[in-house]
Design a protein around this ligand. Structure first.
Ligand SMILES: Cc1ncc(COP(=O)(O)O)c(C=O)c1O
Length: 410
């Protein structure tokens, strides 16, 4: 972390987001983030000037082909994909379901798949389905006392029969950051591949799939200040094992297209490209075309610097409330992200959230699709938790406004 964030920079960040100009306090960012001007402009410019299909010879079509190619290259750079591939799709759920379908023919009876109990259903359900092909499913357990997923529990499960290990980089309910590189080393030591759900991590820190040496890594672009799409990184070796689901006449080695059923949203790709401009602005890089890995890391460092004081204020406030139990780590430092969940001793999560809704502050309650996790934590999933999720463009004033409402409610 190298940068201090000035008030002027914070205001300049805020000014990039037209949807935040009104009175609403938006603290439901783990559900989906807001988009900066450059992303919105990318989508609208495309639809105004270039709304054609790719792959033909006329100039507009060639431009469309170029935009879609460049979006893949930009996301690959964002993920530090090295010589791996990035497939784009409509959602992480869709991409991981497609991935599980691709693994189905490779599964033999007796193969084992380990799935983290802390996972979002997008990285749980698709792997459960492989039981029908003979796979044995094993759970990487959560400790209900601490909400952590002890690494010793995983070590006991891994063995040469393990084919896949599916887990979240960050739980979208707990906010803790797992050590992906270490977990991946453990899986690789027994010959297993990892499928990492990076959705709740990607809005907060720079992705580094090459550094972590993961096999598969997915995130949703609509939670990282972009349009409603998602990306799936796979190493060259991981992709080479699989047969892609796209049409029969598309060659097997046409990756990622073989894994992009129907192709990605073109206007979405144009929007994704707009994110380069926003990251360049964060990193004080004058020309977005020159944004490199260092610039991307610098942009995400700045986001972290913006978030840390906000999450520290909220965590310490909630910790001091006698009838509130934080679900997740109690740390307020960079070992977590600003996704903070809690339950109240006497009020349901629904009651608390409905109380907050009236103040034009956007938060959420429920299981957040981390259904198994809620059950393990002894929570009734439909009521689940109250979740406040902040990102770098939120302000201390907004946290204070929420705390004022909590003061009256809790
Ligand atoms: C941690 C996590 N994984 C996966 C998903 C699913 O993403 P998508 O909506 O792109 O399918 C979400 C969405 O909330 C999430 O928070």
């Amino acid at each position: 972390m190298t940068q201090n964030v000035t008030d002027a920079k914070r205001q300049a960040i805020r000014d990039q987001f037209p949807s935040l100009a009104g009175d609403v306090v938006y603290l439901e960012n783990a559900g989906g983030s807001q988009a900066p001007r450059s992303v919105i402009d990318g989508v609208t410019r495309y639809m105004r000037e270039n709304y054609v299909q790719l792959g033909a010879g006329y100039a507009l079509s060639q431009k469309c082909t170029q935009i879609v190619d460049e979006a893949h290259a930009f996301v690959a750079q964002l993920m530090n994909a090295g010589d791996g591939h990035v497939a784009l799709g409509s959602s992480t759920t869709a991409l991981l379901t497609m991935l599980s379908d691709c693994y189905r023919p490779l599964i033999k009876p007796g193969d084992e798949i380990i799935v983290a109990e802390s996972g979002h259903e997008a990285n749980v359900g698709p792997w459960k389905k492989l039981q029908a092909a003979g796979a044995e499913l094993k759970w990487w357990r959560v400790d209900p006392q601490t909400s952590a997923s002890p690494i010793e529990g995983l070590a006991e499960l891994l063995n040469p029969k393990t084919r896949l290990l599916a887990f979240p980089h960050v739980s979208n309910l707990l906010g803790d950051i797992e050590d992906v590189a270490q977990i991946t080393r453990m899986a690789h030591a027994v010959g297993a591949k990892v499928v990492v759900d990076g959705v709740a991590y990607a809005p907060h820190r720079a992705i580094d799939v090459s550094g972590w040496n993961v096999d598969w890594y997915a995130y949703s672009t609509y939670k990282v200040y972009g349009p409603h799409m998602a990306a799936l990184y796979g190493s060259r070796e991981a992709f080479s094992e699989l047969s892609g689901p796209n049409h029969f006449f598309i060659p097997e080695d046409e990756i990622p297209y073989k894994f992009e059923l129907g192709g990605p949203s073109h206007e979405g790709c144009a929007g994704i490209l707009g994110l380069a401009e926003y990251l360049a602005f964060l990193a004080d890089v004058d020309d977005p075309a020159t944004l490199d890995r260092a610039g991307i890391e610098s942009a995400f460092d700045l986001m972290t610097q913006c978030e840390l004081p906000l999450q520290a204020r909220l965590v310490s406030y909630l910790e001091d409330l006698p009838r509130v139990r934080i679900i997740g780590p109690h740390e307020d430092d960079a070992s977590r992200v600003g996704t903070i969940s809690f339950v109240h001793e006497t009020q349901s999560s629904r009651e608390v959230t409905e109380g907050v809704d009236k103040s034009n502050i956007a938060i959420r309650y429920g299981h957040m699709y981390a259904y198994h996790l809620c059950e393990v934590m002894g929570l009734e999933p439909e009521d689940g938790v109250v979740r406040v999720s902040l990102v770098h463009y939120n302000t201390m004033d907004e946290i204070d406004r929420l705390i004022e409402v909590f003061d009256a409610l809790l």
